[in-house]
Design a protein around this ligand. Structure first.
Ligand code: TRP
Length: 326
């Protein structure tokens, strides 16, 4: 079983796509996958209720357009299966405060918004653990920023199993082959808040505007200087989007100053856009199919709920309250 959570938090960038989404899509052929749009997690930052419905809708559209197939996998909305928060409560009672305060995301977010530090932000990883183990998932495709959360999930699982008896498997993170694409600045991770992203829904022209000025190997100052692809973020993007032949051509051309950075970027642009164009077409089509998207999530709720209820029945039994739940 595979589970992963999708934040309904606006436009997706190629870092999201390469880091986690591609794996989420690929795993569908091998496993039964449940993908949850995690609206409760999205509520751990300041949000506008007027925008919530649309954000969830867009997340569903984007993921289906990219290749999550509702015929193969379950696509559901976290808050529609109340077992997520119910299990999270039980996990709360066995998760030491000291474990949660170690999590880097909490430290970062509280620093970013010092006047918006609340229990939900602190407890975010316990709800995430509940999301995963509610379906007894073994594999969790995520970006590398989620590894610390997965480690905590494993600790919580070990504690649950040791207190109440073997119940849950320890899930493992499955990282993308290229787990980290830097932003256009070539220094920081690609991130919406830093404004250094290429978004999945940008036109070829828009992408070229960004790529053409993106930072490469900073030691390569002139066209005739040889460069080092291993430290060039554009080359990392090639590895994510180009075929072997182009990757080799660019690496060799860079090392020998046979091609310039712009030549290399043009090849990348073509390859990247070839992959993004069909996704963009599908996005446009799905945005007009409101009924279909709602139906997918309703169906996802039904299918997820069946599994979730079974797990909760087992949990009630393990913690000694099952006779009241029959
Ligand atoms: N924390 C994840 C993120 O920020 C989202 C998430 C919530 C998740 N629950 C999950 C990911 C369960 C994997 C499994 O992207």
């Amino acid at each position: 079983m595979v589970f992963s959570g999708i934040q309904p938090s606006g436009r997706l960038h190629i870092g999201n796509y390469v880091g986690a989404m591609k794996n989420m899509i690929a795993l569908q052929d091998e496993y039964f996958c449940i993908y949850g749009i995690v609206d409760y997690h999205a509520m751990t930052v300041r949000f506008d209720p007027k925008e919530m419905e649309m954000s969830i809708f867009s997340a569903a559209v984007d993921y289906i357009a990219a290749g999550i197939d509702p015929e193969k996998s379950v696509l559901m909305l976290q808050s529609t299966v109340s077992e997520h928060t119910e299990l999270a409560w039980i996990l709360n009672t066995i998760t030491p405060i000291s474990w949660l305060s170690r999590v880097p995301t909490f430290k970062e977010k509280s620093k970013e918004n010092p006047d918006y530090v609340h229990m939900g932000l602190f407890d975010y990883p316990a709800l995430m653990a509940a999301d995963i183990i509610l379906y007894k998932a073994h594999v969790v495709p995520v970006g590398d920023d989620q590894v610390a959360h997965l480690e905590l999930t494993r600790e919580i699982v070990r504690r649950f199993n040791s207190y109440f008896g073997q119940t849950f498997p320890e899930p493992e993170a499955k990282l993308g082959e290229i787990s980290r694409i830097l932003g256009l600045d070539g220094v920081n991770k690609m991130s919406k808040s830093l404004g250094n992203c290429i978004y999945l829904d940008e036109t070829k022209e828009e992408i070229w505007k960004k790529l053409s000025t993106a930072v490469t190997d900073t030691n390569r100052k002139k066209r005739n200087d040889p460069g080092n692809p291993d430290i060039c973020n554009i080359f990392t993007m090639h590895k994510a989007f180009s075929k072997q032949e182009d990757i080799e051509h660019c690496a060799h051309g860079c090392r020998t100053a046979g091609i310039g950075c712009l030549d290399c970027k043009k090849i990348l642009l073509d390859n990247m856009y070839k992959e993004l164009e069909p996704i963009q077409n599908k996005q446009k089509e799905l945005r007009n199919k409101k009924d279909y998207i709602y139906e997918v999530l309703r169906d996802g709720k039904k299918r997820a709920k069946q599994i979730a209820q079974k797990t909760m029945d087992e949990v009630y039994e393990k913690i000694g309250i099952d006779s009241y739940h029959k």
